[in-house]
Write a protein that binds this ligand. Sequence first.
Ligand code: EPZ
Length: 417
Amino acid sequence: MDAIHIQGGNPLFGETKIQGSKNAVLPVMAAALLIEDVCIIENCPHISDVQHMKQLLEGIGCRVNFTNGTITIDARNISDDTMSGESVTGMRSSIMLLGAMLGRVGEVTMAYPGGCVIGERPIDLHLNALRRMGVSVYEKEGGFTARVKSLEGTVLRLPISSVGATENIILAAVKARGVTVLQNAAKEPEIVTLCEFLREAGAVIEGIGGSVLIIQGGHELHGIRFKTPPDRIVAGTYLMSVLGAGGHIFLEDAPVSQMRSMLVTAREMGAEVSISKEGLTIIADDHRKAVPYLKTEVYPGFPTDIQSILMAALTTADGVSVIEETIFENRFRIASQLQKMGACIELLGSRKAVITGVDSLLGCEVTAQELRGGAALVIAGCMAMGETVIKNRHFIERGYEDICRDYQNLGVNIYTG
Ligand code: EPZ
């Protein structure tokens, strides 16, 4: 069965190690395609999105080996420029291969990317920017072909600081003629990781971590060994679990410098949070305070990926919390499942939720509809009295290497079945 079973209602105690970051490793894998050499990427999480990216790279001729958390990508020979099938339509990050393929071979035909059903998720910003760099795009039913003779550096300004569009522009720009200046670039840590990977491989990028990136194209790239940083969203998930269920846990390798907004919220809810070189310790008693108002924002603001996870934790907090979602309009699909477990959540349109804390949640059968909403149900299951069964485990496996193993390390009675 594609499910997770949890016997909940107890605080969490124990420690677990944070896996490598999904949203960092996927663009880095795409970037390896730009390098006519062999790259070795360590600390890769064993998740289905990484498997999909591996298949996509293999499909166009790369030799990819994934053993014990290390991926070796040999991109010396590219034999195909067409990408379709479940690996493209099932995963948003397949769009990263657009910039990488244009940079490497100047042409790609691909199906429109899929991913979580958390909102509209168009790719207009990606395509418009690439057009400005000289790319012609021929759209057809279900997909498109993009072609360029020579990518040209230019000055670009994103109307929204899109993470994916920023990554695609960077990938194309390192192979473009001349300088690309990207204004209003996304500043998420995963962008920094991509830039650092490319810089180590020989690219010249200035302004890393800021909203203006200056990329000098055309420098020769060479294979490198690179370590994927730990996943701030997975660490945030486990942090929120203790806020929901109470307890005392240690998260080894938690990337605390990238988690400031989450730590502020944790402290506001009454948790004791301490940071060391090795990771993050969180202690929370039985009574957490509500969060009067919080909105999701681009980095370094509170991440949209942690929003539904926080919502689960707030269902039993003392008082009324208000969450506003500003990035994706479909993130509140989780509310109906939490309501089944006894949560009191009122939705004000598609962007605002009011959560009134209840005494406890009750375990029942619920259904994951996307990745982070699925993780939020695992947290609710840890908090709830009795048994919770979460159907559609596969959504959770897109981003969590082994969520049951990690929660077992934190003392939870949880298993697949
Ligand atoms: C990335 O998605 C992440 N995915 C998401 O993580 C994350 O939620 C999101 O950034 C925001 O932080 C990966 O890194 C693989 P965006 P992305 O482009 O790049 C609109 C997770 O759970 N937009 O920054 O798709 C868009 O609709 C996930 O791990 C356009 O209008 O996000 C959204 O409202 C899911 N046109 C906003 O911009 C475009 O062409 C931000 O999206 C592109 C985006």
